[in-house]
Design a binder for this molecule. Structure first.
Ligand SMILES: *Cc1c(COP(=O)(O)O)cnc(C)c1O
Length: 363
């Protein structure tokens, strides 16, 4: 067997002709992207009428969320531009990705977090990758405001999704889905926080549609948590609340871009409650073997809401026609937020080290 070099993997290597890179751009990569698109027989049956549901499992990226797709581009461009440090505000996954790619690039990473509101797995990542972590009194929106202010005066590259390279990298998930399905799906469902990802997917779909690599465009359907749903309500939410910390955002950075994607695709923004999110999270793990963090289950909760007869009057998601192909992005890995998962678990069953007793307990 011949040796196969591994530097041909990753978002930049696979999609460079569609990304803002030049001969001088270093590829800061951890072989992110190319995540699996998993058919869900049970969700397909749930929608019925010949519809097929596929799950884009972004939790399988190197740091466990889709943020790696954007971060490989943002860090590569920052290094190309001579940056010695990067900074971000984060609800957790952006900081994990920024810290990992900064480590890879040998530059400093500073992270501003809302104090006490970060899932433990994500905080552990920022530390172990060597970032400087500052917890501020305030919420995510306050942290992002401070990052913007620091970026105005200091020679530090901002790698939040207000950095346009992030969305460029994230749009590659659409390219992969089109390659896997042979065309764009009819619907694309995903959770919405800062609304960068829904904007990035739309960018990717429209780009491949213009290049005639896809014959159609999907309706984009975003789901916000009921307690932090600024786009749904049409106004800023001062104190966003939800167990789904990755989408606990009251004033989305990519709000206007997302509104354009919703309008132009004929899609919609809808809400799901924390209870529905947790139920969908547990269901996806126990029924399909896919463990995601709470925020990532918002789109799955949305599918359940869409088929619930009691919810038809309040739903905003358009009806899914017969034979539609539906893709649902699950954005981050379940191990990111072990505490929430733990609360959902049953208790262990204590037993003596005795075969008969164990068999009796398992019966
Ligand atoms: C960042 C993130 C989101 C929200 O994405 P936006 O681009 O902010 O809308 C959802 N889920 C997870 C796991 C995330 O890390």
């Amino acid at each position: 067997m011949s040796f196969r070099p591994l530097n041909d993997r990753g978002v930049l290597a696979r999609w460079k002709e569609f990304l803002p890179v030049t001969d001088k751009t270093p590829f800061i990569s951890l072989n992110e992207g190319s995540t699996p698109l998993i058919h869900s027989p049970k969700l397909s049956t749930l929608l019925g009428r010949g519809c097929e549901v596929y799950i884009k499992y972004e939790g399988l990226n190197p740091t466990g969320s889709f943020k790696d797709r954007g971060m490989t581009v943002a860090l590569s461009k920052a290094v190309e531009d001579g940056a010695r440090a990067v900074i971000c505000a984060s609800t957790g996954n952006t900081s994990a990705a920024a810290a990992a790619y900064a480590a890879r690039a040998n530059i400093t990473c500073a992270v501003l977090l809302p104090a006490g509101k970060i899932a433990f797995g994500k905080l552990a990542q920022a530390f172990i990758y060597g970032a400087k972590v500052v917890a501020i009194e305030g919420n995510f929106d306050d942290a992002l405001r401070l990052v913007r202010e620091i970026g105005e005066t200091e020679p530090i590259a901002i790698v939040n999704s207000i950095n346009p390279h992030r969305l460029q990298g994230q749009k590659t998930a659409s390219f992969e889905i089109i390659e896997d399905l042979g065309d764009a799906p009819d619907f694309h469902l995903l959770p919405v926080g800062n609304a960068g990802n829904i904007s990035a997917y739309w960018l990717g779909y429209t780009e491949f549609h213009q290049l005639k690599r896809a014959t159609k465009l999907p309706k984009m359907v975003g789901f916000q948590a009921a307690g932090s749903a600024p786009i749904f309500h049409g106004h800023v939410v001062e104190k966003p609340e939800t167990i789904a910390s990755a989408i606990r955002i009251g004033n989305p950075a990519s709000w206007e871009f997302a509104n354009a994607a919703l309008r132009d695709s004929g899609g919609a923004i809808d809400i799901v409650t924390d209870e529905e999110i947790l139920r969908a999270q547990a269901w996806l793990a126990s029924e399909e073997g896919i463990f995601v963090e709470p925020a990532s289950a918002a789109g799955i909760a949305g599918i359940f809401k869409s088929v619930d007869p009691a919810r038809q009057s309040e739903r905003r998601m358009p009806l899914v026609p017969e034979g539609s192909r539906v893709v649902c992005t699950v954005t981050g890995h379940g191990l990111k937020d072990p505490d929430v998962a733990k609360e959902q678990c049953g208790a262990v069953i204590p037993a003596r080290a005795d075969k008969a007793e164990i068999l009796r307990l398992l019966a």
